[in-house]
Design a protein around this ligand. Structure first.
Ligand SMILES: Cc1cc2nc3c(=O)[nH]c(=O)nc-3n(C[C@H](O)[C@H](O)[C@H](O)COP(=O)(O)OP(=O)(O)OC[C@H]3O[C@@H](n4cnc5c(N)ncnc54)[C@H](O)[C@@H]3O)c2cc1C
Length: 460
């Protein structure tokens, strides 16, 4: 059954799948390309579930304790207009005006505001919101056809996957709560086990403590690494020529450590070098052979992540106070599984290391905060399963996500990039690695919008 949609819009029609931050920023950049006359359909599976525009996983939180982990001055959706978010903030009646780290819910409202000018545009409908899930997508040669959960089909000239993070689907039969679930309240004195010690662990501890939780909270993770705090930073200027391209990973890490030591000796900090390296991170990742990438994921990524994705000083203070009081315990161990007993309590099993005997903790709640890197095959959505089984896409060798080329085009099972199917943001992480935060996503979106506009105007 075909949906009775208004007559075909003028200009290329682009379907963006996912209306989280990536989808909304991508739509804003496409619609700003007025010479191309793009019409955008923005499709969101959680649309009917009240998930507002741009919120996605990261900015749907309503907790005042969940702050951006990037300074507001660096969260504009437009690389060419760095102060765009700050100007928007100035126009809001918010008590947090002027704060370096504002609430993620505030940023969600900003993202939601980006497309308002285009909603209901006349006479040509430039932007259409479709609150459905895309279950399948097929490249028909000149067009792509999307099958929608409401039973209809949509055709477009291009499709962009802005489907975000791979969400873990194994909850051990509902025993383990997801990091961003809103579970029913528990006894304030009960014990909680959080698997993981990264950003989403911090989120959950802040929520528990703000809710008056008094019980013990145990963070269980292999290395017990906590995200570092934000502090003064002066990103160093690292030229591409300074980077030891083609060298083994261990050599690159030694090079970075030497730079940090020199910077600290000169009165700077490690943050200067980590942030100085950021603009090159995607290129360095792409230059590594697959075995080196695999070694980085096993040994380097946990260290890189806690230094690169830092937390605001106010969040760090709460975490440090909870550790000092003994309420929050950071436990090193490898999580083995969890099961609920007849009394409703959950037994979480783990080993301190490969040689240690199995041990367990009893808790009222176990929360999975093992972060955003999951097996993209095992946790594939219906759409991704369809793209893989139809050969229109393939997983990258490390199963981080879909294989995408340098122009964000999705690579098929035959190794050929698709001219009509692209992926951005976390959905393109297998290829770009550092593409989960807004400062990286906005640049990727701006460049893709420019490329598609050039194609569109070249075709006129
Ligand atoms: C808790 C958290 C906090 C973060 N904080 C920051 C921060 O402070 N600063 C920063 O720069 N970055 C932050 N990030 C990084 C974050 O990745 C990005 O900022 C951004 O939110 C990624 O957005 P996204 O749209 O790609 O993904 P998501 O937020 O995952 O959104 C993807 C959307 O696609 C929809 N979707 C998926 N499949 C389909 C389908 N088949 N059909 C229709 N819809 C579909 C989903 O329902 C979802 O709404 C944070 C990330 C997390 C998880």
């Amino acid at each position: 059954m075909n949906v009775a949609l208004p007559p075909a819009p003028q200009g290329p029609h682009i379907a963006i799948i996912g209306a989280g931050a990536s989808g909304v920023v991508m739509a804003a950049h496409l619609l700003a390309q007025t010479r191309a006359g793009f019409c955008v359909s923005l499709i969101e599976a959680q649309g009917n579930a009240g998930r507002k525009l741009g919120r996605g996983v990261a900015y749907s939180t309503t907790s005042p304790d969940h702050l951006l982990n990037t300074r507001a001055s660096n969260m504009s959706a437009f690389p060419a207009d760095p102060a765009h978010f700050l100007r928007w903030l100035d126009m809001q009646r918010l008590e947090e005006k002027g704060c370096e780290f504002v609430r993620r819910s505030t940023y969600g409202a900003y993202l939601g505001s980006l497309l308002q000018p285009w909603l209901g545009s006349e006479p040509i409908e430039r932007l259409r919101l479709i609150p459905e899930e895309v279950l399948a997508l097929d490249d028909l040669g000149g067009k792509v056809a999307l099958a929608l959960s409401g039973g209809g089909q949509l055709q477009a000239d291009y499709a962009i996957l802005a489907t975000g993070h791979v969400i873990a689907r194994d909850t051990a039969g509902g025993v383990i709560a997801g990091a961003w679930d809103m579970p029913a309240p528990i006894d304030a004195a009960a014990r909680v086990v959080i698997i993981g010690s990264g950003l989403s662990m911090v989120d959950n501890v802040l929520t528990l403590l703000a809710g008056g939780h008094r019980g013990q909270i145990i963070s269980l993770s292999r290395r017990g690494l906590l995200p570092r705090g934000h502090g003064p930073v002066d990103p160093s200027e690292i030229a591409a020529a300074d980077i030891p391209w083609g060298q083994p990973l261990s050599h690159v890490l030694r090079w970075l450590r030497r730079r940090i030591a020199a910077r600290v000796a000169a009165g700077g900090t490690w943050r200067d070098e980590v942030d100085g390296l950021r603009p090159h991170a995607a290129q360095i990742w792409r230059s590594l052979p697959i075995p080196a990438r695999a070694r980085f994921l096993r040994h380097g990524a946990p260290w890189w992540d806690v230094h690169r994705h830092r937390i605001p000083p106010s969040s760090q203070a709460v975490i440090e106070a909870a550790i000092a009081s003994g309420q929050l315990r950071i436990e090193k161990g490898h999580f083995l599984g969890a099961a609920r007993g007849r009394d409703g309590q959950i037994t979480a099993r783990y080993r301190h290391n490969a040689y240690a005997p199995e041990t367990s903790i009893i808790a009222a709640r176990v929360i999975d905060c093992r972060g955003i890197r999951r097996d993209a095959g095992k946790n594939a959505s219906s759409l991704v399963q369809h793209l893989l089984s139809s050969g229109q896409a393939r997983l990258d060798p490390l199963r981080i996500g879909l294989d995408v080329d340098a122009q964000t085009q999705v690579v098929g099972a035959d190794g050929q990039p698709s001219p009509r199917l692209m992926a951005i943001g976390p959905a393109s992480r297998a290829t770009f690695w550092e593409i989960t935060a807004i400062p990286d996503i906005r640049l990727q979106a701006a460049r893709l919008a420019e490329r598609l506009a050039q194609r569109a105007t070249a075709a006129i």
